[in-house]
Design a protein around this ligand. Structure first.
Ligand SMILES: [Zn+2]
Length: 435
């Protein structure tokens, strides 16, 4: 049995990967390494502090030591322009592996694995989010939209996460960037990105039952067939306007009494709700012939007091639906929103400085930055899930929203020999008993 994933283990894993990043420089000016640039930028996102490296350069001048070196292993701290230049040529493929390596190590922890298990497998939610847009700044990997005279440049990423209904944490997986593809004459799009991600990564899930969750954009026969071909299950949001054939069939079967309905009364703490489930098996996803047959289900929630409809959504799935399984299938389908709440929102609004301007770069910089932000987010989640001191500190400081404020202030003024030293110092300072 291996050790639980600690900060040190995560750092070792990342250092190993960053140490193998390609360095395309040929001249003698190689004082700063690509590895230092990647570790330094990761440190900025991990500490949620755009000025982290500037503070540490100051500390190096004043004290002859610095926390970028001791905490993150940055041998020599490059400047922001140097980081930009060193990271710009790194293609996203070079930073895919650590996501899977961390996931594999994490799932060796039986308690953590059980926390994400759903019907004997995993739920993997896919959703796209735009993280950059401009009418002036652009690179060869921007998506271009022309409206009248104006060109809009944007970057979008398809973000896969493992999620589970009722579980707060999500585990971010390696993303797929929506960028112009070699040899394609059309703009890239989220649908294509989802196909590429599945083609590339389905093998990672071999031997596990993994269900893909996605919104109605991905609810179409080619994508469902792609998933089935790779032994992946699906629960996809399905809207009437994009699937008239399916809904005609559901209506017909409903008339014949073949659509099963079950109801329950749910107490929310504030009042009672009425939950109505409807489901039917084997309906065509598109017009026959050669239609794929799927199972369909929907949930409508109404307030018992006001009769107002509070929620309505429908899904198609290849999971068998019964009165027992329809509840968990719909709960899983609804977990998709967690990606937006826990993933996209956290990245954009909760301190990761996704838009922190290392500049847009001429090659891959904007994608490298996103990958490092996602790795920082994943490492934070891992520590919350399996590092006891980190859990205790977060619990103590979470209510005061000061965890990262404290990290920033402490590491600006004081030198810590290691992450453990920093955490022990904080625990002692808060008069918490050591474990
Ligand atoms: Zn760009």
């Amino acid at each position: 049995m291996t050790e639980p994933l600690s900060f040190g283990a995560l750092r070792a894993l990342l250092t190993d990967v960053f140490g193998q990043l390609p360095d395309q420089r040929t001249g003698a000016n190689t004082q700063y390494t690509v590895c230092d640039a990647a570790l330094g930028a990761f440190g900025v996102f991990f500490m949620q502090c755009p000025s982290f490296l500037a503070y540490q350069r100051d500390m190096q001048r004043r004290k002859g030591c610095n926390n970028a070196q001791s905490l993150f292993g940055v041998a020599q701290i490059p400047s922001d322009p140097q980081i930009r230049n060193l990271l710009d040529p790194i293609a996203p493929m070079h930073l895919q592996e650590p996501f899977w390596a961390i996931l594999e190590r994490l799932m060796e922890d039986k308690t953590v694995a059980a926390g994400f298990a759903f019907e004997g497998g995993w739920l993997c939610s896919l959703d796209g989010t735009q993280y950059f847009s401009s009418t002036t700044i652009h690179c060869p990997h921007c998506t271009l939209t022309q409206r009248g005279e104006t060109s809009y440049y944007a970057h979008t990423v398809l973000l896969p996460v493992l999620a589970k209904p009722g579980k707060k944490e999500v585990l971010v997986l390696e993303p797929e960037f929506i960028i112009p593809q070699d040899g394609a004459d059309k703009q890239d799009c989220e649908r294509n990105a989802a196909h590429r991600w599945v083609l590339r990564n389905a093998v990672r899930f071999a031997g596990r039952r993994v269900t893909i969750l996605a919104d109605h954009l991905h609810c179409n026969q080619p994508f469902c067939e792609r998933l089935l071909e790779h032994r992946l299950d699906f629960i996809l949001t399905c809207k009437p306007d994009s699937h008239p054939t399916l809904y005609e069939e559901v209506a017909l079967l409903d008339k014949l009494g073949a659509v099963t309905q079950c109801e329950e009364r749910v107490w929310t703490g504030q009042g009672h709700q009425h939950w109505t489930y409807r489901f039917v098996a084997h309906v065509p996803l598109r017009e026959p012939p050669q239609a794929l047959y799927v199972n369909w289900c929907e949930l409508t929630i109404t307030s018992e007091a006001t009769r107002e409809e509070l929620y309505h959504n429908a899904f198609v799935t290849n999971h068998e639906l019964t009165e027992r399984t329809v509840r968990s299938t719909i709960a899983a389908g609804r977990a998709r929103w967690k990606v937006e709440n826990e993933g996209h929102n956290v990245l954009k609004n909760h301190g990761y400085h996704l838009e922190h301007n290392y500049g847009h770069g001429q090659q891959y910089l904007s994608t490298v930055v996103v990958l490092l932000v996602l790795l920082a987010f994943l490492c934070h989640t891992v520590l919350q899930l399996c590092d006891r001191p980190d859990q205790r500190l977060r619990a103590e400081l979470a209510t005061r929203r000061t965890f990262f404020d404290d990290l920033r202030a402490l590491t600006r003024y004081l030198f810590f020999e290691s992450w453990d030293h920093l955490v022990t110092f904080m625990i002692a300072g808060l008069d918490m008993t050591p474990d």
